[in-house]
Ligand binder design. Structure first.
Ligand SMILES: Nc1ncnc2c1ncn2[C@@H]1O[C@H](COP(=O)(O)OP(=O)(O)OP(=O)(O)O)[C@@H](O)[C@H]1O
Length: 724
């Protein structure tokens, strides 16, 4: 394979630090392997080179490719992940008696048990929040908080203030300190400690620093946009003054801010930490065609904090088709078309912003008997605890006998949580199953409950007894009734320690009610929710965008591209500029996974299509790509909404297609807008302007769309036309 001139420049980089800004599919691995081989050829000792990869599979891939390309017998450098680097440093520092020996907690449950103990020790029995603090979700949130403190290497109080983890988490800082003490007492450490402990030890002792410095001349790091502060500080320490650091990544693909990454790591921050660096772009993608390259550039263009770099398709790439559709039926049709073209479902992937958004698609696939596989098996619909419990409530309508089954009662009393310890619940449901009556006031089973717990449990028992009499209701009406009676929205939000988890659960309720409305028949609906399925290798893969980092598929469907879902926000949790940009980067990662076909799917009903769809300008991108594919120049100039970006693109690929601004989809200035006038939006359809406000030269308008609801738009950016 002949390297591009941009790739060759990276390979031959002379001295000093370097930043390699690599767009999606630009052959980072190929280039880094070539760079290492080049260094070896130049006589650099392999022991003085270290390559750091983002995860184990990337590391193994790199090692394999390096071994294949290297002359036989050539000693090769160390290729590591940050974890394995941390482990080695921990071992060395332990040997030098700078760190005490500790055992690594490898399973999630071990850490959870420790955090549970820390929580129990910092919250007293009298604490109203103690029971909810011990729930699984809350402990997971505490684990996330603890990891973040160590990733950012700052005071837990500061992390707490920034994160605002919400009600019932006021003990997090104290629990963090207590957990640290417990780890020390028991001689244990977490995965985050693998970097955190060596870093603190080294930063506190210059003599130790000298022992780990001076061993490297070259450090090459992949996916640099997602490194956190602990990783970066450790790297700076190991590199010292001698080693040249080459950071490879794409600031536009920084999607781990919630784990402490910052898009700035590839931008100004790199220079602040390491000093001057030579910049190299890798702008040619070998993954997809012009249409998607143009669309991706267009999509990320609205971010202010970004690498100003165009992604350009290589001449031999497949053509990529992009389309926008609505609803689960369109999803099934797309899969049908794919198969009719002789293609396999195993070549396709459904990407979602969060697992909840995969539920309507999973149910659609189940109804049609189309095989699929999930990147996380615990996310199958029938395995979701909330779904299991809701199916349990609905089953009581058809099988009143279940009121006598303690296991069934425990299921429905546990979800959504009543904030009562499980052993107390277990005793209560055993009695209820036996007697079918709520215990008397003085019965020890209820006497020891707090008044609000007693009220909640009694109300729930009354609901369960009522359900067998509601057989006349449709599946959706029943579900709505249950959700209202158990106060599910409020409870789920309160129970979830992380705001996004609570919001995801509430959204799941929404999704289930919508699905129930489609199915209507109760038996069919319950059967669908409970249908046990297994991952099928020949099925379409379903995964989250975070899980798709670095991967690609011939067909990519991005599901749930709705406002409030992607970008994700709610009325209580509105978007600020930084979060919107993070969501946009996530969207950019999602769309750039496709090779031959990208389908953007939004939902019907109350959900409005995401602003990202309009920003992507799919139709324009496809029109321009078609014109580029023609052997003769078009008779008419290509009409586009965003001409400047397209011009830049054409210039880079050396094409001189005539372009013209599509005025019908263009900005209309303020003086042309009045409340009450009708407009048509390229994605949201027709609507009526209700408010015109802001800077008259750059007004914001609020439009009531006939189908897509109310939206605020920056008039000059929106693809709208005025109607008579
Ligand atoms: N100069 C080149 N000419 C043709 N194909 C190339 C070139 N460089 C890389 N490729 C191809 O591009 C694809 C992606 O390359 P590679 O596996 O090196 O990148 P990656 O690091 O996995 O991907 P990404 O750039 O998305 O992180 C591979 O199929 C590779 O063969």
């Amino acid at each position: 394979m002949k390297l591009t001139s941009e790739q060759q420049a990276v390979v031959r980089h002379g001295g000093g630090h370097a930043r390699v800004a690599a767009v999606a599919g630009s052959g980072k691995t190929t280039t880094m392997v070539a760079r290492v081989l080049h260094l070896l050829q130049q006589g650099v000792d392999p022991r003085r080179i270290m390559v750091l990869m983002f995860n184990r599979s990337a590391r193994e891939d790199f090692q394999r490719r390096l071994a294949e390309m290297a002359p036989s017998g050539q000693p090769l450098p160390d290729v590591r992940t940050f974890h394995s680097l941390g482990l080695r440093l921990t071992q060395s520092l332990t040997r030098w008696r700078a760190l005490e020996s500790r055992q690594l907690l490898t399973a999630d449950w071990q850490l959870e048990r420790l955090l549970r103990q820390a929580t129990l020790e910092v919250l007293t029995d009298a604490d109203a929040d103690r029971d909810s603090a011990l729930e699984q979700d809350r402990l997971e949130a505490l684990a996330h908080f603890s990891g973040l403190v160590k990733a950012e290497v700052i005071d837990p109080q500061l992390v707490y203030e920034r994160l605002e983890p919400g009600d019932g988490s006021s003990h997090f800082v104290a629990a963090w300190h207590r957990a640290e003490a417990l780890l020390a007492e028991h001689g244990l450490m977490t995965y985050s400690d693998l970097l955190y402990r060596p870093l603190l030890a080294l930063e506190a002792a210059p003599d130790l620093q000298r022992r780990v410095q001076g061993f490297l001349d070259h450090v090459i790091i992949d996916e640099y946009q997602d490194v956190n502060a602990a990783q970066q500080r450790l790297l700076a320490m190991l590199a010292g003054r001698e080693a040249a650091v080459m950071a490879v990544g794409d600031a536009n693909q920084c999607i781990y801010e919630w784990r402490g990454a910052r898009p700035d790591a590839m931008l100004d921050n790199f220079v602040r930490v390491f000093g001057h660096a030579t910049d190299y772009p890798l702008s040619t993608t070998f993954r997809y065609g012009h249409a998607l390259a143009l669309a991706a550039n267009q999509a990320i263009d609205a971010n202010r904090r970004r690498a100003d770099q165009l992604c350009v398709a290589a001449p031999g790439n497949p053509t990529t088709d992009i389309c926008v559709h609505q609803g689960a039926s369109a999803f099934l049709e797309q899969l049908g078309d794919w198969q009719r073209q002789g293609r396999q479902l195993g070549e396709a992937c459904l990407l979602v912003r969060s697992w909840t958004l995969s539920v309507p698609m999973q149910l659609a696939l189940l109804r049609e008997g189309i095989p699929f596989r999930l990147a996380r098996e615990d996310r199958f619909v029938f395995r979701l605890p909330l779904v299991e419990a809701l199916a349990g409530y609905l089953s009581l309508v058809l099988q009143p006998r279940l009121l006598q089954d303690p296991a069934h009662l425990l299921l429905v009393f546990s979800q959504p949580t009543c904030f009562v310890p499980r052993e107390v619940l277990a005793a209560l449901v055993t009695r209820l199953a036996e007697t079918q009556r709520w215990p008397g006031r003085d019965d020890p089973l209820v006497a020891r409950l707090k008044p609000h717990q007693r009220r909640t449990l009694k109300k729930r028992w009354e609901l369960l007894c009522e359900l067998p009499r509601l057989g006349r209701l449709s599946a959706d009406a029943l579900l709505e009734h249950v959700v209202a009676e158990v106060d599910a929205e409020k409870v789920l939000k309160r129970a979830a320690a992380r705001r996004d988890k609570g919001e995801e659960d509430v959204r799941l309720l929404d999704v289930l009610i919508e699905q129930a409305r489609e199915v209507r028949d109760l038996t069919t609906f319950i059967e669908l929710l409970r249908r046990p399925v297994e991952n099928r290798d020949d099925g379409i893969l379903i995964t989250t965008v975070h899980g798709a980092k670095g991967l690609e598929w011939p067909l990519v469907v991005v599901g749930g591209v709705n406002e409030e879902d992607f970008p994700h926000y709610t009325r209580d949790n509105p978007l600020d500029a930084a979060r919107l940009e993070e969501e946009r980067r996530l969207y950019y990662v999602a769309i750039t996974r496709a090779i031959e076909k990208l389908v953007l799917l939004h939902d019907a009903g109350a959900h409005r299509p995401s602003r990202f769809i309009a920003e992507t300008g799919c139709e324009d991108a496809c029109r321009l790509a078609e014109a580029l594919a023609e052997s003769t120049p078009p008779a008419e100039p290509v009409r586009l909404a965003a001409v400047p970006l397209a011009r830049r693109y054409l210039k880079v690929i050396g094409s001189e297609l005539p372009l013209v601004e599509d005025r019908t989809a263009q900005a209309v200035t303020s003086d042309t807008f009045v409340a009450g006038e009708r407009i048509r939006h390229a994605v949201f359809g027709e609507g009526e302007v209700s408010v015109v406000e802001g800077d008259p030269a750059n007004p914001v308008i609020e439009v009531r769309f006939d189908q897509a609801g109310r939206r605020r738009l920056v008039a000059h950016r929106a693809p709208i036309e005025r109607l008579a």
